[in-house]
Design a protein around this ligand. Structure first.
Ligand code: NG1
Ligand code: ZN
Length: 536
């Protein structure tokens, strides 16, 4: 029929790069931007099918390669409630992306049968992109696939990844009892800024915050958000935006941003922050956030995703107790094997909360978080958020305060449920969350750092001939293949005080990652080197 022919016609304009096999991984498809044309076209076809399968609910498509270099790009699908694409569909995405172009319309038709899609249903898609130079070309290709398949779509142009997730969730809940907000960028700023005002009632934060925006889309969006916040002259936070150059596309993620700061364990070389000044870095699409400062002795101090998780869990726990509803709000903290062992200890022994370990990738963390009334989940690299169950929201909204103190705690909790982007980890929302908590606790970053002492850690990237032979089990903390390797790792880590190490194949790069931590820096480095050698 007409659609089949329109797909063939539209597809004939592109060329599949030779010898490439594409795979929808933890971060969707990601690679050098000039290889992505046909992949984006395939994702456009699938987005329409996904929407039809879900009775015309809005599906999101985000064009970004996050913290990767400027010449890369990527594309991923967003499900109706703002979550990552359902796992089963990753295979369909992979199938379509690898179809030869003269067969892609046939594969499309096969998928309709295989997934059993009612083609009479409407299809609706929203999409956006980060500031990469290749983004507008890819958005055009996406549009051509949507047009060929007669899908209704809205192009939101530049957005942070979490903003797009927000819009998708808003569009699909509009007019229902779960209405999430107004499905526009302005709606996003209004929701966040109003919630922040609520949470900041009666408290004030000390000193300015410098935010490194990785020269990505987070820069202009943070500038926009600031217009909605209380200005410093009226007691609001003084946010200094740096690394917000989106004019020179090559500066994206270059010597700055959350990934740089976390992996290099140092401030961006361009940083002019004085000792003890509070700093934060976003990544290229503003879904990761880390804090840091330089102490009195000029030593760099990092406050990563584990720190944000422990801070949030401790604060929400306090509020629940102060509101008199702690019995009804079961809080859990979800981490991956990359979480610093000291943070896990602190969660279990000091906060007395359950700490759950899942596989790497936020969809696994998100899933585990949903099993709690309040699920706090963060990857050590700064990607994460807090989820509130329906039951928890009801408890918070319907609780009857018995005292002014209880009322205040309930109001703060209520504000938090709006301040936190529950669809997905969101650096701008997480930043306001951290600022609010520090203000409530009256803490500087130094006191935050003082809650526990991180074990020295090391992350090593090991190039191997074939990473697919590395098969991990037990939330990726152990290897069952290649045979014998885990025994070697076990023997090595037992030789070091507080030694812990594991190796797993990366889901986003062609390499194996080795993580090690131990009581001292030298033991850590030694352990990491030995395990890396065992992997090679
Ligand atoms: P891989 O390449 O699978 O280790 C990396 C990050 C993940 C996650 C994904 C998606 C580390 C050690 N790994 O995964 O946490 O963020 O990218 O972007 O940080
Ligand atoms: Zn990102």
């Amino acid at each position: 029929p007409a659609v089949h022919q329109a797909i063939e016609e539209a597809a004939s304009k592109y060329q599949i790069p030779e010898g490439r096999v594409f795979e929808y991984g933890t971060a969707g498809f990601r690679m050098k931007a000039d290889l992505l044309n046909t992949v984006v076209f395939a994702v456009g076809l699938l987005a329409g099918l996904r929407s039809k399968k879900l009775n015309g609910q809005w599906i999101g498509v985000m064009i970004t390669a996050s913290h990767n270099p400027a010449e890369d790009n990527g594309v991923k699908l967003v499900d109706p409630m703002g979550e990552m694409l359902e796992a089963d569909w990753e295979t369909y995405a992979t199938k379509l992306a690898n179809a030869p172009l003269d067969k892609i319309a046939d594969v499309y038709d096969q998928l309709i049968k295989e997934i059993d899609i009612n083609m009479a249903n409407p299809a609706r898609v929203v999409f956006a992109r980060d500031t990469r130079a290749s983004g507008s070309r890819l958005a055009g290709i996406l549009g051509s696939a949507l047009t060929a398949t007669e899908v209704e779509f809205t192009d939101f142009k530049f957005m942070t990844t979490p903003q797009l997730h927000y819009v998708v969730r808003c569009k699909n809940t509009l007019g229902t009892q779960y209405e999430y907000g107004e499905p526009t960028e302005k709606g996003y700023y209004e929701k966040l800024s109003e919630a922040f005002k609520k949470v900041m009632k009666n408290v004030k934060i000390q000193g300015p915050l410098t935010v490194d925006c990785a020269n990505g889309v987070g820069g202009p969006k943070l500038q926009e958000l600031i217009k909605f916040l209380t200005p410093p002259s009226q007691g609001g936070i003084d946010i200094k935006v740096v690394n917000d150059n989106v004019i020179n596309p090559d500066s994206l993620n270059f010597d700055c941003g959350a990934d740089y700061v976390k992996t290099k364990q140092r401030a961006p070389p361009s940083s002019k922050a004085a000792p003890l000044e509070r700093c934060a870095s976003l990544d290229g699409d503003a879904d990761r956030l880390v804090y840091y400062f330089v102490d009195e002795n000029n030593v760099f101090r990092l406050l990563d995703g584990d720190r944000i998780a422990t801070l949030a869990a401790s604060f929400i726990g306090d509020l629940a107790r102060n509101a008199g509803i702690s019995q009804k709000l079961k809080i859990g903290v979800i981490q991956t094997a990359y979480a610093n062992g000291a943070s896990t200890d602190y969660i279990e022994k000091v906060l007395k909360l359950p700490a759950v370990c899942t596989k790497t990738g936020v969809k696994h963390l998100h899933h585990a978080a949903m099993r709690y009334d309040v699920g706090v989940y963060f990857e050590a690299n700064g990607h994460g958020t807090v989820t509130f169950s329906e039951e928890a929201l009801k408890t918070i909204k319907s609780a009857e305060p018995q005292s002014p103190a209880q009322q205040q705690a309930l109001e703060s909790l209520n504000g938090l449920t709006d301040l936190i982007n529950q669809a997905v980890g969101d650096a701008l929302s997480d930043m306001l969350l951290v600022e609010a908590i520090l203000a409530h606790k009256g803490w500087t970053t130094k006191e935050w750092l003082g809650t526990y002492t991180d074990l020295p850690s090391r992350l090593v990237r090991v190039e191997v001939a074939d990473r697919s032979i590395f098969k991990a089990v037990d939330a990726e903390r152990k290897l069952e293949s290649p045979a014998g390797l885990q025994d070697k790792i076990d023997a090595l880590q037992s030789r070091y005080n507080k030694g812990r190490s594991f190796a797993r194949a990366s889901g986003t790069e062609d390499a194996v990652r080795v993580y090690a931590e131990a009581a001292s820096r030298s033991e850590t480095d030694d352990l990491a080197t030995r395990v890396a050698n065992a992997v090679k």
